[in-house]
Write a protein that binds this ligand. Structure first.
Ligand code: 5GP
Ligand code: ZN
Length: 141
């Protein structure tokens, strides 16, 4: 299936290799990488390779692939980081807290008492720590 591209989109640029990411895995229709503004350590994203902004626009087979990649990452997060729980989150539209209009699931490991909410503010993470977590999760995939 051809993947639509929006040249101005940050995730399309990551898919194209134009800007770097801490990549976990990649297959025909999906890519997974670490979120650089993590809510908690190990926060990762499962992203469609094509530019489909929201759940109503993405072809169902691609959505299934994004979900499968999210499952693989969630399993690695659970195995390696042993969080108290893991949320999968997917936002559609600014009103839902979506800041990058390119379909993705958050894989969000939970920390006891973190009071994580649906609309969190970006807080840049420590890049060395994110890189180290990426390596650990890659080895656990
Ligand atoms: P949304 O708000 O659309 O549900 O989630 C977008 C996510 O993408 C945010 O958690 C944000 O931290 C993350 N993000 C934004 N820009 C970049 C980037 O350049 N690289 C990475 N790895 N993540 C990004
Ligand atoms: Zn895009």
């Amino acid at each position: 299936m051809t993947h639509p591209i929006d040249a101005a989109c940050i995730f399309c640029k990551i898919v194209a290799g134009q800007i770097p990411c801490f990549k976990l895995l990649e297959d025909d229709n999906t890519i997974a990488f670490m979120d650089i503004n993590p809510v908690n350590p190990g926060h990762a994203l499962s992203v469609a390779k094509g530019h489909w902004p929201t759940i109503d626009l993405i072809p169902p087979p691609i959505l299934a692939d994004v979900a499968k990649t999210a499952q693989r990452v969630a399993k690695a997060v659970s195995k390696e980081l042993k969080p108290v729980g893991v949320n999968l989150l997917q936002a559609n539209g600014e009103g839902a807290g979506q800041s990058v209009p390119h379909l993705h699931f958050h894989i969000l490991p939970r920390v006891a008492g973190d009071r994580a909410s649906l609309n969190w503010a970006y807080k840049p993470g420590d890049m060395a720590a994110i890189k180290a977590l990426c390596e650990r999760l890659k080895a656990a995939l």
